[in-house]
Structure formats: structure tokens, C-alpha cells
Ligand binder design. Structure first.
Ligand SMILES: Nc1nc(=O)c2c([nH]1)NC[C@@H]1CN(c3ccc(C(=O)N[C@@H](CCC(=O)O)C(=O)O)cc3)C=[N+]21
Length: 402
């Protein structure tokens, strides 16, 4: 039997309690045999899970007595030997847990996963460059002056530089017409050195997201938002050219952390970019549904939406929310925060992706990987052709007898 994960989309209103919880049919099935079968999971302890003691020691806000002491130990680390402070910290964490009958989730280190993917992508780009003298190119269209979009685009640009992707960011004013944006899309569609196109979302309200995304060449749609790619993703047995980066990131995180998916209840509290889906039936009572989940993915954009009491003990939490909020002590500074109330969730979950440092960086790496795929398709170049080329050039001349 083929494993399937249901991806459910969010309803319009979370607060409505008018009708009892109803489970709508899943709308999308993702078939990824390699992540469904437990035997395909990496074995042993995953290097991407961070020890709880380390995470708690870097948190400024601490919950209970045991953890407060833990922080004190770390502050005075200079006066005690490192080794002693470590043992004491672990002991107190255990003790604190026992006293409070609590446990702490492992932190999933998204940055580590992201760096691993980046290293693979960078190697492939080096090989591509040395064999066909081409590098992948990414074109980003940014309309308007949203602070969060600016920040996300600059993260993407920096990531491209790190791995050797040539990126170009086209910044357009907030009041650009649809015609103007479409003209840029068409320019990038035609440009041979651009293999991937990304229209940063959300667009200003007066622009039709649908029209603009539909205009992106399917073969350059590294975001995977084009209806042809999204449609093929939704249909079993069809292959989209690109899978949306955040979803790829989410699956990659679960896979690398050896989380088995087969037979698990998965709840995705998500925001659909495609309008018209009758999702309002789904999450009338999100707390009750999420409480049944073994794996919970949230992508809503409401900080602290998912509370500790929503979670089933032992759940694996993937927090895909990414909201820019002002610092409480300095309104000039802001930071990103997820959907899940982290401080509460760590006492229920077995593993959790923090924000920042969780699935976000993996998403970026997936964008890089999709862009390389786009360039490989455009040049019909494969890592295998590089290997073959290498094996030719490595024949020592002394062995060649004419
Ligand atoms: N066409 C389009 N494609 C997208 O993929 C897309 C988009 N529009 N609009 C907005 C969302 C959001 N998104 C994020 C990606 C990485 C981080 C990320 O790397 N976050 C860092 C922290 C970032 C920071 O500190 O500012 C982290 O979680 O560690 C966050 C958010 C992609 N999006």
C-alpha cells in the first residue's frame, strides 16, 4: 500500500465555535515513497536534534525553578569547570522534569539541515560550472516596500551568493500596474540566464496574484505555485516540475529527524494561497483536531496560535509560521516568530522546529535546490554527465597507446 499524507487547508475563521469539529476530506495527497517507508529513514540518533539542555540554557525566558537554576549555572560557567556545569545542568533539567512531571522536546536544528543541503547544491553548481561554464540563475520580483518581504528577499539573495547561484532582484514600486509586473515576468521568462523565477508574496492588493503567477513559465516556477505544478502535485501519479519550497523543507526536516510518517495522524493548519477551496469546514475546532495529531504542521502567521494544551504528548511540531513582530522593549527592532507557543509546546512535544532556526532556513535551501534543478533541466545537464566527463579526463596519458 502506498503511504499518503493528507495536507489540509485552513478555514477562514478559527474562532467560530458554532458547529462541532468536522473532518473534511483531505484535499491533497503527497506521494513520496522515500519518506513513507520507515526503512528508508536514516538510522540512529539524528544529528539534527539538539540536546534540550543547550536550548534551554540559551533561552532568556525560563519557565520553572529547575530551568532558572540552569541559566544561573550557565552564567557562572566561568567559575566552574565546563564539565561540572554540564553535568549539573543535565542533572537539574532531569530533576526539574521529574518534579514537574514534564519533559522537554528536542529542538530540530534547521540551520544544520539547511547547511547540509547548501553544501550539496554548491558542489553541484561547481561541477555544472566546470563542465558547461554555466551557473543557475534566479530572478526575484519584489513589488512594494513590505519590511518582512524585504527581509525574506535579502535572505534568499544571500543564500544564492553562498552557493554560486546568480540572482537578480527586480524591485518594483508599490503602485506598479499589473501590466508592468507582467512585463517583468515575461522578460525573465525569456531571459536564458534566468532559470528560476520567484514572485515574492504577498503582492499589493490591487494586483491579481493569480494572473501574475499564471504568467510564470512552468519550467521556471521554482516556488511551485503555478497551477500546473500545484495541480500535478495534487494528483496522484503525476509529477510536478517543482514542489513548493516550504513543503519540501517540512518533509526534509521530518525525514532527517527519522520521524516515521506512515500510519501517523498528520494535521496541517495551513493558509492556502489558492482561493476558493471550501476549507472552512475543516478546522472549526482546531484544538480538538490538533490534539489528535502525531505530527503537527502549522503555517498560519498568527504568533502563539497553537498552545500547549492543543498538543498530544509526544507530537512532532513543525512550525512554518513566520511573522515579523516588534520587540517588546524596543519598538524600532523586530524579530520573526512562529505560530506555536514554543515555551508551552516544548513540555508536550517530542521534537519541535523553533522559529527562527527551524524550517525557514531549510525552505531557503530548497529554493536553491529547485533553482539548480531548473538550470539542469534547461541545459539538460546532470551530475552523471559531469562524472562521465571527469572519468574521461582522468585517463592518464601514459596509458594511451596510439
Ligand atoms: N513567492 C514566495 N515564496 C516564498 O517562499 C515566500 C513568499 N513568497 N513570501 C513569504 C514566505 C515566507 N518565507 C520564508 C522563508 C524563509 C524564512 C527564514 O529563513 N526565516 C529565518 C529567520 C528570518 C529572520 O530572522 O528574519 C528562520 O526561521 O530562521 C522565513 C520565511 C518564504 N515565503
Amino acid at each position: 500500500m502506498r503511504g499518503r499524507m493528507a495536507v489540509w487547508w485552513r478555514c477562514k475563521s478559527f474562532t467560530s465555535s458554532a458547529s462541532p469539529s468536522r473532518l473534511a476530506k483531505p484535499l491533497i495527497y503527497l506521494d513520496r515513497p522515500d519518506i513513507w517507508y520507515p526503512s528508508s529513514s536514516p538510522s540512529g540518533v539524528s544529528p539534527y536534534l539538539r540536546h534540550a539542555y543547550y536550548r534551554l540554557s540559551r533561552k532568556r525566558k525560563v519557565g520553572h525553578f529547575g530551568m532558572e537554576l540552569l541559566v544561573t549555572v550557565h552564567k557562572s560557567e566561568r567559575f566552574i569547570s565546563d564539565c561540572f556545569s554540564y553535568l549539573l545542568a543535565v542533572y537539574m533539567l532531569e530533576d526539574g522534569r521529574k518534579r514537574n512531571n514534564e519533559h522537554a522536546a528536542a529542538d530540530i536544528d534547521g540551520k544544520l539541515i539547511a547547511n547540509d543541503i547548501k553544501a550539496t547544491v554548491a558542489t553541484e553548481i561547481r561541477h555544472m560550472k566546470s563542465s558547461i561554464r554555466k551557473v543557475p540563475g534566479l530572478g526575484v520580483i519584489l513589488v512594494g516596500k513590505r519590511k518582512d518581504s524585504f527581509s525574506f528577499v535579502s535572505i534568499k539573495k544571500k543564500a544564492c551568493e553562498e552557493v554560486g547561484i546568480a540572482s537578480v532582484v527586480v524591485e518594483l514600486p508599490e503602485d506598479s500596474t499589473e501590466h508592468e509586473v507582467l512585463a517583468v515576468v515575461s522578460l525573465l521568462n525569456r531571459k536564458e540566464s534566468v532559470h528560476g523565477i520567484l514572485v515574492q508574496l504577498p503582492l499589493p492588493n490591487h494586483l491579481s496574484e493569480e494572473k501574475i503567477i499564471n504568467a510564470v513559465n512552468v519550467e521556471k516556477d521554482v516556488d511551485g505555485f503555478h497551477p500546473v505544478n500545484m495541480g500535478n502535485l495534487a494528483m496522484t501519479g503525476r509529477e510536478p516540475l517543482f514542489i513548493p519550497c516550504a513543503s519540501r523543507g517540512c518533509l526534509e526536516v521530518l525525514h532527517r529527524c527519522s520521524v516515521e510518517i506512515i500510519g501517523k495522524k498528520v494535521v496541517v493548519i495551513g493558509r492556502s494561497k489558492i482561493g476558493g477551496l471550501p476549507t472552512s469546514l475543516l478546522l472549526q475546532n482546531p484544538e480538538q483536531i490538533t490534539r489528535e495529531a502525531d505530527i503537527l504542521v502549522s503555517d498560519v502567521g498568527v504568533p502563539n496560535l497553537v498552545r500547549g494544551h492543543w498538543l498530544k504528548p509526544g507530537v512532532v511540531v513543525i512550525d512554518m509560521g513566520s511573522t515579523l513582530v516588534k520587540d517588546s522593549n524596543n519598538s524600532h527592532c523586530s524579530h520573526v516568530t512562529g505560530d506555536v507557543c514554543y515555551e508551552e509546546a516544548i513540555h508536550k512535544a517530542s521534537a519541535i522546529t523553533p522559529v527562527p532556526g527551524g524550517v525557514g532556513p531549510v525552505t531557503i535551501s530548497m529554493l536553491l535546490s529547485n533553482t539548480v534543478e531548473a538550470a539542469k533541466r534547461a541545459y539538460q545537464w546532470t551530475e552523471r554527465s559531469y562524472q562521465q566527463e571527469q572519468s574521461f579526463s582522468y585517463i592518464p596519458l601514459s596509458n594511451v597507446h596510439i
